[in-house]
Write a protein that binds this ligand. Structure first.
Ligand code: CA
Length: 356
């Protein structure tokens, strides 16, 4: 349970003592300069690659309990601004009142207020943040959506968006629960497509990239909170799946350079980290960056920072997962390389991205 609880938004007094971060809080100046150059190079390279074809992306997030989703949506918009990604939709996998509005805050701040927003209209996790960062940004930043009734049905939105995309083109990135994808797979034909959900996914989706699981085995929040949906998706999803496990993001501590950046003013991203970082002892050297890794590898690719192991993930009834290695497996999880240490500075720079 500890591994699960590490990613839970528990009340601070009930949080378990967590491992002490071994990374430095503020990298030396030369390292920071190098990181900035690496980030610039990444975005320039992304722009070059993307000049003809930005990657069509659907972002599915439990925006609200943990705040690494805030870092993740910032990376998403940074890659969109560099021409690397085309954000087709931003969809919540949780349904606490306000989640659609919170997503709208970030899309609006990054000058993309018209990105479609979906929320689950049937059962879904409803867990909200304990730090009240969502309340703060809703009170202080513009957003057109006021409540979840103004957002589209998540499954309907998936079907509408996918039906209009080229075959085998869409990358779905999830940083929350797999509730929507399970419902999508089991959806019947409708006015948008004569195909059922599984057929539509097989036709339109290129790959699924998820922050999910712990490898080679363990119990992780995103998989466990709706374990029935997780098991269904992993058993039935008809495209390749790339998984960023708990062990990848937990050691990537980010947010302090953002909070200490005096030039960043009136930023909901900075406000969230400024509010939340001091509220948990384990975040003293930055927040673990589980969700940011999924966006990074989903759009920029996993090399050179990671390699992968192929096989198949299995979800057990208690929400934990195991791994079955197989060279021909459709699933793969990230494995660290000597370059993995660069990711912390890279994400620290990317979450300071400003609206273009
Ligand atoms: Ca998340």
């Amino acid at each position: 349970m500890k591994q699960l609880n590490d990613h839970l938004s528990m009340a601070p007094q009930t949080r378990p003592h967590r491992r002490i971060a071994t990374r430095l809080t503020a990298a030396p100046l030369t390292a920071r300069l190098l990181a900035t150059l690496l980030t610039a190079l990444l975005l320039i390279t992304a722009t070059t690659h993307a000049q003809n074809k930005p990657l069509p992306v659907i972002f599915d997030t439990d925006m609200g309990p943990d705040y690494d989703d805030v870092g993740a949506i910032t990376l998403l918009h940074a890659f969109a601004d560099s021409g690397k990604a085309n954000i087709l939709a931003t969809i919540a996998s949780t349904r606490y009142e306000g989640v659609a509005a919170v997503i709208d805050v970030f899309n609006t701040w990054f000058h993309r207020p018209n990105i479609p927003i979906g929320v689950p209209k049937t059962w879904a996790v409803g867990q909200k943040d304990w730090q009240h960062w969502t309340d703060t940004i809703l009170a202080n930043y513009p957003h057109a959506i006021r409540n979840n009734t103004q957002a589209e049905n998540a499954v309907t939105l998936y079907r509408r968006i996918l039906a209009n995309q080229p075959d085998h083109s869409v990358v779905i990135i999830t940083t929350g629960f797999l509730t929507n994808l399970s419902n999508l797979l089991q959806s019947p034909p409708d006015s948008f497509s004569p195909r059922d959900g599984k057929q539509l996914v097989r036709q339109k989706v290129k790959k699924l990239v998820s922050m999910a699981g712990k490898f080679p085995q363990g119990k992780e929040f995103n998989v466990a909170k709706d374990s029935v949906a997780s098991a269904y998706v992993f058993d039935n999803w008809p495209t390749p799946i790339l998984l960023s496990g708990f062990e990848i993001g937990v050691k990537i501590k980010t947010g302090l350079p953002l909070v200490m950046n005096a030039d960043m003013q009136n930023s909901p991203v900075k406000d969230v980290f400024r509010i939340c970082l001091p509220m948990a002892k384990e975040d003293a050297k930055g927040r673990s960056s589980w969700d940011e890794t999924a966006v990074l590898v989903g759009i920029a690719g996993y090399k050179p920072w990671y390699s992968t192991l192929s096989g198949r993930i299995h979800v057990l009834p208690d929400g934990s997962n195991t791994w079955e290695p197989s060279a021909s497996g459709r699933h793969a999880y990230l494995v660290e390389t000597p370059a993995s240490g660069e990711v912390q500075d890279l994400i620290n720079d990317l979450i300071m991205h400003r609206p273009r």
